[in-house]
Design a protein around this ligand. Structure first.
Ligand code: SF4
Length: 357
C-alpha cells in the first residue's frame, strides 16, 4: 500500500497547481481564487508570494515607482461608515490647501526627482472643476509632472475637462463589488454610478486606478475573489488594496482591522492575474505592520506614494487612525528606501512609471 495522502498534502498540491496555472498565463476561476485566499499554510503562502514576485519581475521589472501625494482637502460630502473624513465626523478639524501651497508641494515633488503628483481629497465641491483645471494647467506648466487625480465621483463632462486641462491618471477605488455591502457602507452612493465613472475615465483615456478594502465588516472571501475578478475585467492600470482599519470616530469603531496576510494574498493574486498593473505598497498596510511594505514588495507591489502634504495639515487627513503625521524628509526617506530595496535586488524607478501593457 502506498503512502497515505493527508489533507494538508492535498491542499498544498491543489494550491500549487493553481499557482502554476496562473504563473503560466492561465486565468483563474472564482473558486480557484477562493482556494488561494484560503491558504493558511506558511509554505503555501511563501509559494504564492514568490510566484507573484516572479510575475512582477517579468512584467514590471525591478523598479519601484514613486508618486508624491498631496491631500489638499479633507472636506467630504459623503458619509462612508469606515472613513474618518465622513461628513458625520464633527470632531475632525477640516482644511483646504490653497493653490500656491499646492504648487509649492508640487515643486518639492519635482525637486525630489519624482515624476508623478497625486492630488487627493474628499468629495469636496468647493474645488469646482474650472478651479481644478487652472490648478492642473499651472502644475503642468511649472513642473511638467504627470498628474493623477483622486477626487471621487464627478460627471462625465468634468472628467473630460480635467483630462483636457492635463490630468493623466485617475484613482477611484471601487471599495467592494458586493452591492449589499457597498450600499450599507456608503450610504447615498450607488455602486452602478461608481462603475459608470470608471468606464467614463477609461473611455476618456486616463490611466485608471481602482481598488478595494480587505476585512470590511460583513465581507467574505467570495466577495474578495469577485473584487479581484472585477479588477481584471476592467483592465485597471493601477490598484490600491489596503486593509480596513477601524476609526474610533466612525460607526465601525468596534470592528476588528483587516488582516495583513489576507491583504497580501489579495495583492499577490491580483499581480498574478493582471501581470503589469501598477500596485502600491499602501500606507494603510504600513499602519498595521511596520514590516508590511517590505512584505508587499516581495508579494507583487511595485509602487510607493510618499506623502508631500504640508506638515501642518497632514494629521487632519484622518481617514483611518495610525497614519504617520511626521514631517517627511524626502532625502532621508529615499536613502532608506533605496537601501532596503537594494537588499532585494530592487531599484527606485527613474521613468514615468506608466503601465507597461
Ligand atoms: S471614503 Fe472617500 S467619499 Fe467616503 S467619506 Fe471618506 S473621503 Fe469621503
Amino acid at each position: 500500500m502506498g503512502k497515505e495522502t493527508s489533507i494538508s498534502d492535498h491542499t498544498s498540491a491543489e494550491s500549487f497547481n493553481i499557482i502554476a496555472k496562473v504563473s503560466r498565463g492561465g486565468d483563474l476561476t472564482k473558486e480557484e481564487i477562493i482556494r488561494l485566499l484560503k491558504i493558511t499554510d506558511h509554505d503555501d503562502l511563501q509559494k504564492l508570494f514568490a510566484a507573484a514576485d516572479a510575475v512582477r519581475e517579468r512584467f514590471v521589472g525591478p523598479e519601484v515607482f514613486l508618486r508624491g501625494i498631496i491631500e489638499f482637502s479633507n472636506f467630504c460630502e459623503r458619509n462612508c461608515l469606515y472613513c474618518g473624513l465622513r461628513k458625520g465626523n464633527k470632531e475632525l478639524k477640516r482644511y483646504r490647501i490653497g493653490e500656491d501651497e499646492i504648487l509649492a508641494a508640487a515643486h518639492r515633488i519635482k525637486d525630489a526627482g519624482i515624476a508623478t503628483i497625486v492630488l487627493q481629497s474628499g468629495e469636496d465641491p468647493f474645488y469646482a472643476t474650472d478651479v481644478l483645471c487652472l490648478l492642473i494647467q499651472r502644475i503642468k506648466e511649472e513642473t511638467a509632472l504627470i498628474i493623477t487625480l483622486s477626487i471621487g465621483e464627478r460627471p462625465y463632462e468634468d472628467y473630460a475637462a480635467l483630462k483636457r486641462a492635463g490630468a493623466d491618471r485617475y484613482l477611484l477605488k471601487h471599495e467592494t463589488v458586493s452591492r449589499e455591502l457597498y450600499a450599507r457602507l456608503r450610504p447615498g452612493c450607488r455602486y452602478e454610478n461608481r462603475r459608470q465613472c470608471l468606464a467614463w475615465l477609461k473611455k476618456l483615456g486616463y490611466e485608471v486606478g481602482t481598488g478595494c478594502m480587505v476585512g470590511l465588516p460583513g465581507q467574505d472571501v467570495a466577495s474578495l475573489a469577485e473584487d479581484i475578478l472585477f479588477v481584471k475585467e476592467i483592465d485597471a492600470d493601477m490598484l490600491g488594496i489596503g486593509p480596513f482599519i477601524a476609526h474610533p470616530l466612525t460607526p465601525l469603531a468596534l470592528y476588528p482591522n483587516g488582516s495583513l496576510d489576507m491583504t497580501l494574498k489579495m495583492l499577490a493574486i491580483t499581480r498574478l492575474l493582471t501581470k503589469s498593473t501598477n500596485i502600491p505598497a499602501t500606507t494603510a498596510l504600513a499602519t498595521i505592520d511596520p514590516q508590511a511594505w517590505t512584505r508587499a514588495f516581495n508579494a507583487g507591489a511595485n509602487v510607493i506614494m510618499p506623502d508631500f502634504t504640508p506638515f501642518s495639515y497632514k494629521r487632519f487627513y484622518d481617514i483611518y487612525p495610525g497614519r504617520s503625521s511626521k514631517a517627511l524628509n524626502i532625502h532621508d526617506f529615499l536613502e532608506v528606501l533605496e537601501r532596503e530595496l537594494a537588499g532585494n535586488g530592487r531599484v527606485i524607478g527613474a521613468g514615468s512609471g506608466y503601465r507597461n501593457k
